[in-house]
Design a protein around this ligand. Sequence first.
Ligand code: SF4
Length: 227
Amino acid sequence: MLLMSQTWRDIVWCHWSAEGLLRQVIGWREFVWCLYWTQGPAYKELNALNATRPLPPLFTSGSTTMNCVSHVLEDVDTFGWTHHIPRLMVLGNLGLIAGINPRALMDWMSERFVDAAEWVMAPNVIGMALYGDGGVMATKPYAAGGAYIGKMSDFCKDCVFDRKARTGPQACPFTTLYWDFLDRHHDQLRSNHRMARQVAASTKLSDIQEVRIRAREVLSHLDEGAL
Ligand code: SF4
C-alpha cells in the first residue's frame, strides 16, 4: 500500500482528473483503502445531495420492466456479484438520479455482494456512486441517462422503454431522471467544472416542465414497485 501525505492527497484530489491519475499512479485499490481509513466512520453517513428516498421495492423483489436493472439484479441474485461498471452505472446511477438514500443502498449492496468489505463499499457506494461525500471520492456525480447505458451495453434493444425519450409513457426512466437530476441539483452542480456543460444543457431544454412531470410519475412508480 502506498500511503500519501496530506499535502499530496489534497493536491491530487483537487486535480481535475484525480480519479484517472490515481488509478494510473498508485492504483485504485490503494486510493479506496486510503480514503476509507482517512475519512473515518462518519463517512458512511454522508449525504451531500440530501437524498432521502428509501430503497425501492425492486431491489428486494428483483422485479422491474427496466431491462438493464432486471439483468443486473438477476446477476446479483445468481452470483452475489456483478462487474464494477453495472454496479456503478446501472444500480448506483439509478440510486443517484432517483435520490435514494446513500446509506440504504450501501447496506443493500453490503448484504448482496460476496466481495462487500466495508472499506470497499463505503467509498464506492457512498462516495463514487451516490456522491454522498460531495466530491471527496469522485470529482463529479456519475449520473447518466439511457443513451450512456445503450452505448455501453445491449440492454436497451430488448427494453420496453425508449432510451432516447425523456418524456411520455415510453420514456426511459434513466433518461427522464437524468435530466430531472440535473434540474433538481442545478445550484449545487453548476459550479462543478466537470458538470457545468450538462447542467447548462438542462437549462436549455424546452420540455423541462414535461420532464419534471414525467420524473414525478417515474419516482412514484419506483416507490410503489410498479416500474
Ligand atoms: S431503455 Fe432505459 S431502462 Fe431500458 S435498458 Fe435502456 S437504459 Fe435501461
